[in-house]
Design a protein around this ligand. Structure first.
Ligand code: ZN
Length: 169
């Protein structure tokens, strides 16, 4: 049993539409037309057939830019001369081992052992030292570099990039 929505009347001539109605835009107005009205209007160029009910245009999705690759903590290594870098940076700032130890929230004994090269700071402690002393203590491990630059062995290493970025003029 056909529902009421299956019965269409031409909005131009008012006739009941047998078969499929034509949905068209006539003079800028969307209308349901019978075949003969549609033919007449389309021939004179007044009716433009609508194939479907226009849908609201989907917004184009903007591709999410990948964040710059972060090297996980465990792919960092202490530089070999970490203890010298720490001591020199501390002395340049005129800090005692006790003063620096306090800033780092570690014991002075531990700092002395680190500065003597007898103990390696953890990666997180090294990061703290880097930011307090404004020095570099960590570098990506060789493994991490291999993964990043495997495709092009000629790619600059992190060390090269640092040098290149220094203004030479
Ligand atoms: Zn009609």
């Amino acid at each position: 049993m056909p529902g009421i929505e299956d019965v269409n009347y031409c909005e131009m001539c008012g006739m009941r539409i047998a078969g499929r109605p034509y949905r068209a835009v006539v003079d800028g107005v969307e209308m349901v037309l019978c075949a003969s009205c549609y033919m007449k209007l389309s021939r004179s160029g007044r009716a433009v057939l609508l194939r479907q009910t226009p849908r609201p245009q989907k917004k184009k999705t903007i591709p999410v830019r990948r964040a710059p690759k972060r090297i996980p903590l465990d792919q960092y290594d202490l530089v070999e001369d970490y203890y010298e870098r720490i001591r020199r940076a501390r002395e340049a700032k005129g800090w005692t081992t006790s003063a620096l130890a306090q800033k780092l929230r570690i014991s002075e004994t531990m700092l002395r052992r680190i500065e003597a090269g007898k103990m390696k700071p953890s990666i997180s402690l090294a990061k703290k030292m880097e930011s307090i002393l404004k020095i570099q203590l960590l570098e990506p491990t060789e493994l991490a570099e291999e993964e990043d630059y495997r495709a092009d062995p000629g790619t600059l290493t992190l060390g090269d990039v640092v040098i290149v970025r220094k203004d030479e003029d």
